[in-house]
Design a protein around this ligand. Sequence first.
Ligand code: HEM
Length: 192
Amino acid sequence: MGGITFFLFIVEVVTGMLLMFYYRPVTEYAYLDMKYLEFDVPFGLILRNIHRWAAHLMVATIMLHMLRVFLTGSYKPPREFNWVIGVTLLVLTFLLSFTGYLLPWDQLAYWAITVGANMIRAMPFIGHEGPFAFVDKYNDIRFMLLGGTGIGANALLRFYVLHIMVLPATAIIFIGVHFWRIRKDGGISRPL
Ligand code: HEM
C-alpha cells in the first residue's frame, strides 16, 4: 500500500508538471485555462482527470497504508519514528489535496475552500474566533493562509505556490526519510 501511494505521488508530480504548462494562477485566467485544457489542448482532458483521480486515490491508499501499518502493529519499536514521519506525510497529502482543490477556480472550488478556510478561524490561540485568541481577523492564521480576509487573488496565488512548490518539495524530503528509516529499521516488518 505504501508502494502504491508512492507510485500515485510520482503520477501526481509528472502530470502536475505537464498541467503547469497550461495553467495560470490568476483570477482572470485560472477557470478559462481549465476550460482550454478540457476542450482544446490535445489530451488535456485526460491529463487533468489523471491528476485529479490519482489525487483522490492517493488519499484513499495512504489511509489504507496507515491502517495496514496499525493492524500489523508496525508502529511499535523500532519503527515509532517512522510512524511519526508517516503522520507528517498524511498531513502533507491532505494539504496537497486541499490546496489543489482551489486551483480550478470554479464554484465548487471557491465554496469548498471558503468552508475549509473558515474552520481554522476557530483554532485555539491563532484563530480569531478560537479559544484564547490573541489575534483579530486581520492577523490570524486564516488571514495568513488566504493573504486576506476572503478568498481572492492572493489566496489563489498562495495556494498555487504551496501546491506546486512548498508542499511537494517537503513531501519529497519526508518520503526520502521514510524510505531511509524502513531500511534502518530492518526492512518491512514480518510475522514473528
Ligand atoms: C506519501 C505517503 C507515504 C508513502 C509514499 C509511504 C511509503 C511506504 C512504503 C513504500 C513502505 C514499505 C512497506 C509498505 O509498502 O507497506 C512504508 C512503510 C511504513 N510506513 Fe509509510 N508511506 C506513506 C505514509 C505513511 C503514513 C501516513 C504512515 C503512518 C502514519 C506510515 C507509516 C509507515 C511505517 C511505520 C512503515 C514501516 C512498516 C513496516 O515495517 O511494516 N507511512 N511506507
